[in-house]
Design a protein around this ligand. Structure first.
Ligand SMILES: [Cu+2]
Length: 359
């Protein structure tokens, strides 16, 4: 209803303005003026507006930087993030002076060369030298930036090898939450497929694949050890999601039916970042950066970066897939395997709910 009223008000506003304009035209005609002729006074007025607009425009930009500058991301918390930040800085250093100079020139010329009936324009058709200059310089600068960017892309996207001894994590996106899965003590993820999704097994884990029996999955938050390479694998259940970890300068699409990858080395623990930002509430987040549906904004998971010892303790406390699923057929396997099903659950949310199915 309110929307309809606003639309009606806007339509009436437009009609009112057009009526006022036609009344002014009629008044002008009655006085014997041609309203389409631009007078010298009007010209001078427009010319003077140019430097005023320029100053206001720059003032607005500076105000935005001062007012909202603190909303920028803090220093990068990953190794490759520093390199990406340098690329970003270099780009700004090149762009900002060009932006300032071209805008000053643009508005200065508009003011300086406003129409003057006593001045005659110089006819100047073409200059090869000038054309060459303003084509070659930007092309060269862009070429350098692109080559620089490509070389950084290659470093950032370089795959890890077994020698890097990475922590492996699978990030699973669905409408509208995230799940992180760790491969468990055997270091191998169990097979998963959309066809196995049933009931509590929303990850589609293949329960006949022994590699998956000790897999651990968590919701609401996941942990990472500091200074250790992390190999991420991304999957999605329903639509394309985008795993975005801004503090680590990392983002990767999660596409149904395929596994995408990314890796990085976290360099600052959550505690260190709290000191750096001066914010005791600071937390790293995994967010969804694709508008994937109505509750897209809910797709958020906390990332805790901690020392390797703390990480090992935390991961040790997480339940294995079999223990969490508590599927009846597996009770026997479960007991022969000697999994402690009474391990205390520390995570919040659905995991807790799942674990109660087991009790
Ligand atoms: Cu999403």
């Amino acid at each position: 209803m309110m929307d309809l009223l606003i639309i009606v008000a806007v339509i009436f506003g437009i009609i009112a303005i057009s009526k006022i304009v036609s009344v002014l035209e009629l008044v002008g005609n009655a006085k014997g003026e041609n309203s389409y002729n631009v007078t010298e006074r009007e010209n001078r007025f427009q010319a003077r507006l140019m430097p005023i607009f320029l100053i206001a425009y720059f003032a607005f930009i500076i105000w935005q930087i001062v007012a909202w500058g603190d909303r920028m991301l803090p220093v990068s918390a990953s190794e490759h993030g520093v390199v990406i930040d340098n690329l970003m800085k270099t780009t700004w250093i090149i762009i900002i002076p060009v932006f300032v100079i071209t805008h000053i020139l643009l508005f200065y010329f508009a003011w300086k060369y406003a129409y003057d009936k006593n001045r005659k324009a110089q006819f100047f058709a073409h200059s090869n030298k000038l054309e060459m200059l303003w084509t070659a310089i930007p092309a060269l600068v862009l070429l350098i930036l692109i080559l620089y960017g490509l070389s950084i892309w290659n470093t950032v996207m370089e795959p890890l090898t077994a020698e890097d001894d990475p922590i492996e994590i699978e990030i699973y996106g669905r409408q509208f939450d995230w799940t992180a899965r760790y491969p468990g003590d055997d270091g191998k993820f169990g097979d998963a497929n959309v066809r196995f999704i049933e009931g509590v097994n929303f990850l589609g884990m293949d329960s006949t694949d022994q590699d998956g029996w000790d897999d651990k999955y968590v919701k609401a938050e996941f942990h990472l050890p500091v200074d250790k390479p992390v190999q991420f694998y991304f999957r999605a259940q329903d639509v394309i999601h985008s795993a975005f970890m801004p503090h680590f300068r990392a983002q990767m699409n999660c596409v149904p039916g395929m596994i995408t990858r990314f890796n990085f080395v976290p360099t600052k623990t959550t505690e260190e970042m709290r000191e750096i930002t001066g914010n005791p509430e600071f937390n790293y987040y995994l967010l969804c950066n694709k508008v994937c549906g109505a509750a897209h904004y809910n797709m958020k998971m906390e990332i805790i970066v901690q020392s390797e010892a703390d990480y090992n303790q935390w991961i040790g406390e997480q339940k294995e897939f079999l223990a969490v699923e508590g599927i009846e057929d597996f009770e026997e396997i479960n007991s022969t395997k000697g999994t402690d099903t009474d391990t205390t659950q520390t995570e919040k949310g659905e995991n807790k709910q799942l674990s109660t199915l087991n009790n």
